[in-house]
Each structure stands twice: as structure tokens, then as C-alpha cells.
Ligand binder design. Sequence first.
Ligand code: 5RP
Length: 228
Amino acid sequence: LFGVRDLVNEKQMVGEKAAEFVKDGMIVGLGTGSTVFYTIQKLGQLVNEGLSIKAVPTSIQTERLARELGITLVDFTEIEGFDLAIDGADEVDENLNLIKGGGGALLREKIIAYAAKEFIVIADSSKLVKSLGTFPLPVEVVPFGMELTERHLKELGGVPRLRTIDGAPFKTDNGNFIFDCDFGFIENAGELEKAINMIPGVVENGLFVGMADKVITLDKQGKVVIRG
Ligand code: 5RP
């Protein structure tokens, strides 16, 4: 299996590869997490060397990083959409469907991926699965009535666990909570994605179905490959 050192290396390889798709003048959505960290770092370097882009971050964490690196950030009043969004994933299946939200940024990530002409996902080899569902599905819910929302998630077959940090509920950048839900292997990701979002109180869930245009990952020899 993979050592931690190898995975860090893989994250850097796929992360930096994704930066090659960013061209001068593009409006770019910047994802969240330890893989896209390397993309953002690389973009910072390219911007320093003269690349001109405008970016929107998918989290406060990414916003901080991008600012530090001197990447120009804009808000939604200044743009119509995105040429490109780049982000990591927690699981990627053979049809390029994803589970995301391990870092808690799924709502902003989905808003931006949905508005992008192209959505590129970067994933180390530990993220590749045959069927989605080993990684518990993150579901962002509003605090009001969350006990009811939890019950409805159970009725759909999930086993929800409220995400906590240091003993307190984890709060998203949007002031909401996250239930990490074990649905077992997910047979029909598209149906489940919609059914969960029909529950009042659910803001969004981490199933990204049919959204990824390309997945940058590694083959068995450790060579970067692009799927999609
Ligand atoms: C955050 C996400 C991340 O993309 C996902 O958790 C992957 O993170 P990492 O690159 O750190 O493994 O969805 O909400």
C-alpha cells in the first residue's frame, strides 16, 4: 500500500499538473484541500512570473493561501462564470463521479464547479474506487431542525454522524453543520444526490455526479494520467 510520503508526493504531482491547464486571462475556481494546495502554490509561482488570472476561492482557507501568494481574487459581481475549476476529491469512481466534502467546503465547491466550463479533479491513487461509499458522504445542513434532518437522512438509509472538532460541532464557512453519512456502497449516486437534496434542511451533499470533465491521477507505475 501507499506510504504517507508517497501520497504527499502524488498530491504534489497531480496538483502541479492541473496548473498547466490554467491559461492567461482565465477566471479560475480554486478548490480546497491538501491536493489543490499544490495547484494553488504553483499558480502563485506562475502569477509571480507574469501569468494573469482572476480567481474565486471555495473556502476561507483557500482564500488565505491565494492572497498570501498574490493571486488576484474577485467576487461574483465581477464575473459571469468560470473558465476552469480545479479541486480535489475524497473518492472518484470509474465514471468520474465523486464524493467531496472531507474538508467541509462542499457547498462552495459545488457552486463553483457547476458554474465552470471545465471542472478538473485531482486525486492521488488512494482516492480511486470501484464504487463510491467507503468514505462517509458529507451532507451540509442548516442548524435549525437538524434533529429532523438527521432523521430524514436515516430514512434514506444513511447512518449520519455529526462532524465535530475539538468536541464541538464543526461549522462550515457558511455557518452550517455537516453530517457524515454512511450509506454503504452507493449504487445510484445520481438518485441519492437528488433524494438527499430534497430533504428540507439539507443545503447540499458531497455527491458530484457527472460534473468532473477530467480527473488527473496516477497509474500503477506512478505516472500522471488524465482520465475523461
Ligand atoms: C474539501 C474537499 C476536498 O477536495 C477533499 O476533501 C480532498 O481533500 P484532500 O486533497 O486534502 O485529500 O472536498 O471539502
